[in-house]
Design a protein around this ligand. Structure first.
Ligand SMILES: *Cc1c(COP(=O)(O)O)cnc(C)c1O
Length: 428
């Protein structure tokens, strides 16, 4: 797209030109854009924390409120979307986003709950093999989850949690270092849990290579896809990933606390020997309502369900997935690479003093860039606050990181242009 750094690409007209050429431009109008206190439109770069509300969500929600109002309990069985099987409509697009077979995915609970549920099944320590590998900067909930699981089995996170960290003076984890730890410690590691995209740095991990190497060492491999699903292409089935979990309120735009999801590889679909926590919704459909004493799990990821899901949590996800289906992830990814690439180009030209922590290679990042300002933490925070005052909504991570995610479904090249003008002005 941007072949040479001619001055006109720094001009607003060029951003407007890119927006005109954008085949996905119409999708912005599918979303409500939040307003500033002065009533203007926010320049929103927080899709990594909370995706925006699709306009069609309210319709699907009110459909279900009405059905409940007018049909009562019969809503479970009647209408075009009976509640009994409502969550099954989420499966095809989720499977597509994950690069998975339908039997491998399910929408249920929320991320941390799903992580605990799957660790019960996929962290099975033995005397020889009992450690868990995570990254040192893992999201707190992931760390709490694996620590709790270690303790549940009588192990001590102090000794049995292996943490991979960036080299001194570096921000990112090198794949070679990760593979080295796996080769060296793999025979003691029961389970590897890593992010698809690291929440703080925006680093996209090489899930295929990591999975292959860890499985050669006999480890089980799981991924936390909170920042990956709906952001980067995934091929969980082909990569042979054992399990994965995600939430749907970030890039999947399904609202605060939205229903999460889980992936379990097909090879476990009929494996009912692995211990699991169970509830009636994971029980075989045909006999579920006969309430048999013996639990017979559904094949695949659905067999990990416990409760019947909230329809009012499923409806927003369904409406959002319709948009993903229309736009298509390949097209979204293609725009995303352009949009984030445009941000790096403008930053390099206009704010060269800002350090971009996120990898420069498009293979190693999604849409998010993590920026470190060349200022004391105090002054960096003030820049962030002033951005907010100007209606530019990014996210602040202590001690000095601003995370900005241009989201291809609703952000424009002009949004990105404005962000950089604001940053440049504030840094002067
Ligand atoms: C957002 C996020 C979570 C959130 O967990 P919930 O259970 O949905 O509250 C967990 N892990 C990671 C890596 C995240 O980015």
């Amino acid at each position: 797209m941007i072949s040479s750094l001619s001055p006109h690409i720094l001009h607003r007209d060029y951003a407007a030109h890119l927006d005109k050429l954008d085949p996905l431009a119409r999708f912005r109008n599918e979303f409500y854009l939040p307003l500033t206190e002065q009533g203007g439109i926010q320049n929103y770069f927080c899709g990594h924390s909370l995706g925006l509300q699709p306009k069609r969500t309210a319709n699907l929600m009110s459909e279900e409120l009405q059905r409940w109002q007018q049909k009562g309990v019969a809503g479970h069985f009647t209408g075009i979307r009976p509640w009994l099987s409502y969550h099954e409509q989420l499966t095809p697009v989720l499977a597509e986003l994950c690069g998975a077979l339908p039997v491998e995915v399910v929408a249920m609970n929320s991320l941390s709950v799903n992580l605990q549920l799957l660790l019960i099944s996929f962290y099975r320590p033995t005397e020889q093999r009992y450690k868990i590998l995570i990254e040192a900067n893992a999201f707190a909930s992931d760390r709490y989850a694996v620590s709790a699981q270690l303790k549940l089995h009588g192990h001590d996170p102090q000794h049995d949690l292996i943490e991979i960290r960036p080299r001194p003076g570096e921000q990112l984890i090198r794949t070679e270092d990760l593979l080295e730890v796996i080769d060296r410690e793999g025979h003691r590691i029961a389970t590897v849990l890593l992010p698809g995209v690291q929440y703080l740095t925006g680093q996209l991990f090489d899930m295929e290579t990591i999975t292959e190497r860890a499985q050669q060492q006999g480890c089980i491999v799981g991924f936390d896809l909170a920042h990956a699903i709906g952001n980067v292409p995934l091929q969980l089935h082909a990569w042979n990933v054992d399990f994965a979990v995600w939430c749907s309120y970030k890039y999947l735009n399904s609202g605060p606390g939205a229903i999460g999801g889980a992936f379990v590889h097909e090879r476990y679909a009929q494996d009912f020997t692995r211990p699991r926590l169970s509830g009636w919704w994971g029980h075989e459909k045909h006999s579920r309502f006969n309430m048999p004493h013996e639990f017979m799990p559904l094949p695949g990821a659905e067999g990990w369900q416990l409760s019947n899901p909230s329809i009012f949590a499923c409806a927003p996800l369904l409406s959002s997935l319709e948009i993903f289906k229309q736009a298509g992830l390949p097209a979204l990814r293609s725009k995303s690479i352009q949009l984030t690439g445009y941000l790096t180009t403008l930053l390099a030209a206009q704010c060269p003093q800002i350090q971009i922590i996120t990898p420069a290679s498009t293979q190693e990042r999604g849409c998010q860039l993590s920026l470190r300002l060349p200022l004391s933490a105090h002054h960096a925070k003030r820049i962030y606050d002033q951005l907010l005052c100007q209606g530019v909504v990014c996210d602040w991570r202590e001690p000095d990181i601003i995370r900005a995610a241009p989201v291809p479904l609703y952000n424009t090249f002009q949004d990105v242009w404005h962000l950089v003008q604001s940053l440049e002005g504030l840094l002067q």
